[in-house]
Structures are given as C-alpha cells and as structure tokens.
Ligand binder design. Structure first.
Ligand code: K1U
Ligand code: ZN
Length: 159
C-alpha cells in the first residue's frame, strides 16, 4: 500500500518557492520512485487529475498528469498516468483558451484561467529517459497548472 501524504495549502511558504531540479544521481533511484508512488496515491485519494511535488512538501521538479473525462471536461482523454521530471515547456501555442481549474492546495475554490491550448514539452521519465512530446486541451492545461506549482504560482494568482 502506498503512503498518502499531507497536502500543503494556500498560505504555506512551500507553495511560493521555485522547486529545484532533480539531480542526475536521483534519477532511477528508489527515493524518486517512492516519491512518485506516494504522489500518485495522494492524487487519487484527493480525486485529482494532477499533482506537483511541492504540494506534498517536496520542493523538486516532479509532476504527475492523469487526465480523465470529468464533469467540467467530459471530452478529456483518459490518459496513462505520466510522471514528468525536470520538465521544460519548449513552446506554447499563441492560441489561449479559458477553462475551469481547481487545486488540491486551494480547497473549495474554482476559477476560469486562460492557458495556451497546446504546448511542446521535454521531460525525463523516472528512469531518466528524455521524452519530447506535444499536448493539447485538458492535458496541456494540467501540465501548465503543475509547472506553475514548480514556480511558486497558484491558479488564483492568475485570476
Ligand atoms: O495540481 C493540483 O492542484 C491538482 C488539480 C489539477 C488541475 C485541475 C483542473 C485544471 C488544471 C489542473 C486538480 O486535480 S483539481 C480537482 C479536479 O479534478 C478538477 C478540478 C476542476 C476541473 C477539472 C478537474
Ligand atoms: Zn494545484
């Protein structure tokens, strides 16, 4: 059984920091795999579609993205869970779209946020393999929301 971690809430300083890169020596390590498992379990326990390490008090550049159809985004793709380490957004579409967001760190608040409709990104897997891909729609929105967490920004700062 995986550990479910406490989630930091708005007002806590961990959510305002710029998270550090994961070191090369930490890739493919038991520590990083345990962190990702615990983040995944915590996200599922909170019914989320994404989570960033700073939300569980670890200021490192690790996120999980797990798009699935939901009442606000019924057409969202059901994706395999993606764990992204040291991700970089390489390009953002000029086209932005408004959409509703929530946040595990801002309970009971929702708001409309404008985000790039599609993004090109590069990240490392837990094992350290570099991946370049393009995402659009709801998965692209989740990634942008999670990257904001790595840079100390909450969706309510964008409203
Ligand atoms: O990072 C987080 O706080 C998780 C957050 C991810 C997210 C949701 C919606 C848009 C962008 C990023 C959540 O999972 S909030 C809960 C949720 O499942 C949800 C909320 C609003 C719309 C759709 C889903
Ligand atoms: Zn959030």
């Amino acid at each position: 059984m995986s550990t479910i971690l406490p989630v930091a809430e708005r007002g806590e300083s961990i959510l305002t920091l710029t998270a550090a890169e994961v070191a090369k020596t930490e890739l493919n390590s038991p520590w990083l795999k345990e962190l990702a498992e615990a983040m995944h379990a915590t996200m599922l326990a909170r019914n989320g579609v994404g989570i960033a390490a700073p939300q569980v008090y670890v200021s490192k550049r690790v996120i999980i993205v797990a798009s699935r159809p939901n009442p606000r985004y019924p057409d969202a793709p059901e994706m395999d869970v993606l764990v992204m380490v040291n991700l970089e957004i390489l390009e953002k579409s000029e086209l932005t779209v408004w959409g509703e967001e929530g946040c595990l760190s801002v309970p009971d608040e929702r708001g409309q946020v404008a985000r790039a409709e599609s993004i090109k990104l590069r990240y490392c897997t837990l094992e350290g393999t570099a991946v370049e891909t393009t995402l659009s729609g709801f998965p692209a929105r989740i990634v942008q929301h999670e990257v904001d967490h790595l840079d100390g920004v909450l969706f309510i700062d964008r409203i």
